[in-house]
Design a protein around this ligand. Structure first.
Ligand code: KIV
Length: 273
């Protein structure tokens, strides 16, 4: 007899995401890097939580995603996994942990799966990393691809402008997407590319395509939670919709606290022993 409890949420798996694409239900994905935020986002009903290497920017204050280490990603990801009951948790392989060779890529992916309990990994790149993708998949680890603006290559691009606007880069992106699907990736993130191109990829591929700055004709959307909640005010690309202004809310709560402390209004008689 099944012991599954009726109030336990149905877990999101890569298979569930595939079914969502087939029935046209859009996939929601947000980043999280710590236990408390992951718990809120998971209980709110998000489908996928990405422990992105954007932690390098929003958690550690680096200008790019390049400095974050595998150990740091493992630290953030294990905190997230401890909080999550329903969402699929995907973790970015950080810069330098998979580009060297496919054996190194596999070792990095195994460390993430073993030490965090996450459900899959994400790698940036197309054809050039397909050997690593294949080796990781052969070990039974689900892989999400990432094409378009791939922030780990920012020094090669030299700028954060929209990618694949010209025909040659667009053609390569479509080819790369097919290569990743054929290798066995369960999904691909497309970042900051023309909406029409993203729509084409989503139509041509069977696996779910998740967009960020890639328009709405894809299978789901991802945003960095610190950006969409308005905690981070330093980043305002056109594709970003802010759903809250937490920077202002937190500032005003902290100001009220400072005032109460200075004026001896906190703690009051009921807030002491
Ligand atoms: O690191 C990250 O947050 C990401 C998303 C922007 C897709 O890769």
């Amino acid at each position: 007899m099944s012991v599954a409890s009726a109030d336990k949420p149905k877990k999101i798996t890569t298979h569930v995401l595939q079914e969502m694409k087939v029935r046209g239900e859009k996939i929601s994905m947000l980043t999280a890097y710590d236990y408390s935020m992951a718990k809120i986002i998971d209980r709110a009903g998000i489908d996928v939580i990405l422990v992105g290497d954007s932690a390098s920017n929003v958690m550690a204050g680096y200008e790019t995603t390049l400095p974050i280490t595998l150990n740091e990603m493992i630290y953030y990801a294990s905190a997230v996994v401890r909080a999550v009951e329903r969402a699929l948790v995907v973790v970015d392989l950080p810069f330098g942990s998979y580009q060297g060779n496919s054996k190194e890529a596999l070792n990095s992916a195994i460390r993430i799966m073993k030490e965090t309990g996450a459900h899959g990994v994400k790698l940036e790149g197309g054809k050039e990393i397909v050997e690593s993708v294949t080796r990781i998949l052969c070990a039974g680890i689900p892989v999400m691809g990432h094409l378009g603006l791939t922030p780990q290559s920012i020094h090669k691009f030299g700028t954060f402008v929209v990618r694949a606007r010209d025909e040659e880069e667009a053609k390569k992106l479509v080819e790369d997407a097919h290569v990743l699907e054929e290798a066995g990736c369960f999904s691909i993130v497309l970042e900051k590319i023309p909406a029409r191109l993203a729509a084409q990829v989503s139509q041509e591929l069977k696996i779910p395509i998740i967009g960020i700055g890639a328009g709405r004709f894809v299978d789901g959307q991802v945003l960095v939670s610190h950006d969409m909640l308005g905690i981070n005010q330093d980043f305002s690309p056109r594709f970003l919709r802010r759903y809250h202004n937490l920077y202002q809310e937190i500032t005003s709560a902290v100001n009220n606290y400072i005032t109460d402390v200075k004026n001896l209004e906190f703690p009051n008689d009921k807030e002491q022993y």
